[in-house]
Design a protein around this ligand. Structure first.
Ligand SMILES: C[S@@+](CC[C@H](N)C(=O)[O-])C[C@H]1O[C@@H](n2cnc3c(N)ncnc32)[C@H](O)[C@@H]1O
Length: 264
């Protein structure tokens, strides 16, 4: 018997949902339960109820939990082929088609993704034409995103010429130039909740390395909601390990793996 206390996973999920609004039922069961078990065993909690108490009282523990659930790691210019296509094709194309761009980074972690977009848009001389919205469920990740202070390994893929002007080093950490922070608006948001009807149109949305952890019907619901905000001619970007089955159902047309054009 793995658990010493009386809580089983259904009880844990129910309490966790009441506390955070995140429905763990949406995740692939086995994978999610394995991750949770690994985490609380490794951290020395005696069972699910003890672990839940710690999650409730300590933001750091909750942050670690979200990390573990979705492997929260992110870096600037993650999967450089994707950013290369965004920089050379998708962003110039979108900038040409629309006067003003709203871009949404869904599940933005510590800000690496929305800030990479800001760096690229600056290279395209278009920072002023764009608003970048970045959301995550994890308070601690959002705090770090707003601070925009990074370790060298998070920045390894930033091209040298961009790096020189965008970061200032202090005590071995790298601080992002405030002009990039100004264009990104961070917000706490659970993308599994009914947020979509109140949201603005997004000419580009990135939902990368986020929905792979969910059950298929939930993945499709997320794709439908997000792509529904994108007007014809906009782009939807997913992670390299993610896949949209029959994208035409969502009026999406694959341009390269992971990048879709909205066609209707
Ligand atoms: C693996 S990171 C992806 C970061 C970035 N998109 C990238 O590809 O590098 C996944 C992020 O999704 C966030 N996340 C997971 N479930 C979420 C939810 N239901 N609502 C909002 N954010 C969520 C996690 O907190 C985490 O920061």
């Amino acid at each position: 018997m793995l658990l010493k206390d009386t809580w089983d996973f259904p009880r844990f999920k129910k309490e966790f949902y009441q506390f955070t609004g995140l429905d763990l039922e949406c995740y692939k069961d086995k994978q999610m339960e394995r991750r949770i078990t690994q985490l609380f065993t490794r951290e020395g909690y005696d069972g699910l109820s003890v672990f839940f108490k710690a999650l409730k009282s300590d933001k750091e523990v909750l942050h670690k939990f979200y990390n573990y659930l979705t492997i929260n790691t992110s870096v600037f210019y993650r999967d450089s082929k994707i950013y290369d296509y965004l920089q050379k094709k998708a962003l110039p194309d979108t900038l040409k088609k629309f006067d003003q761009l709203n871009i949404w980074s869904v599940g933005c972690s510590h800000g690496e993704e929305p800030y990479t977009l800001a760096l690229i848009l600056d290279e395209l001389n278009s920072l002023k034409k764009v608003k970048i919205y970045a959301s995550d469920i994890d308070d601690k990740a959002l705090e770090m995103a707003k601070e925009a202070c990074y370790t060298p390994n998070q920045l390894e893929k930033v091209p040298g010429n961009v790096f020189k002007n965008a970061f200032t080093e202090r005590n071995g950490l790298y601080y992002l130039n405030p002009k990039y922070k100004e264009v990104v608006k961070f917000q706490k948001q659970n993308f599994l909740s009914p947020i979509y009807k109140d949201m603005s149109r997004m000419q580009m949305a990135l939902c990368r390395n986020v929905f792979i952890y969910f059950k298929t019907d939930i993945q499709e619901w997320i794709i439908e909601q997000i792509s529904g905000l994108i007007p014809k001619g906009g782009y939807f970007v997913i992670g390299c390990a993610e896949f949209i089955n029959k994208p035409e159902r969502f009026n999406l047309e694959r341009q390269i793996p992971s990048i879709y054009l909205k066609t209707g």
